[in-house]
Design a binder for this molecule. Sequence first.
Ligand code: HEC
Length: 108
Amino acid sequence: KAADKEVKEKIKSPADYIALGEKLFTEKTCTTCHQPDAKVIGPSIKDINKVYSEKGANLVAFLKGESEAIVDTDPGQVAIMKANLDGFVKDLTSEELAALAAYMASIK
Ligand code: HEC
């Protein structure tokens, strides 16, 4: 995608990825439902990281709608996140999704 190329040209280091991911996490309203430490509507970023690292799961695959929810599998909760995936996350480029995942993984 052309947009991917545009993002790629701006990214020179892992730190740039994390910075872009942090910006997107706010701009794309992820922060409304995901806080670093506390459950708000969705699970905290730390809880997501814990499950993804324990299971060796791929966060980008989830954001692309290619893998099932593994953190909170309550159907009502899954539906809320699924609405985001189908609504606007699908319009993000692979590079942007990788940046979001890098930012989330950087929260320790
Ligand atoms: C309206 C609230 C809301 C917004 C906005 C939102 N999420 Fe979620 N998210 C949820 C809920 C609820 C869950 C729990 C269900 C689940 O685990 O899929 C969740 C789960 C997740 C999970 C864990 C998936 C799993 O395997 O269980 C990830 C990763 C995630 N969100 C990333 C994001 C990112 C990145 C954004 C912004 C692009 C975002 N979310 C925006 C509500 C939201």
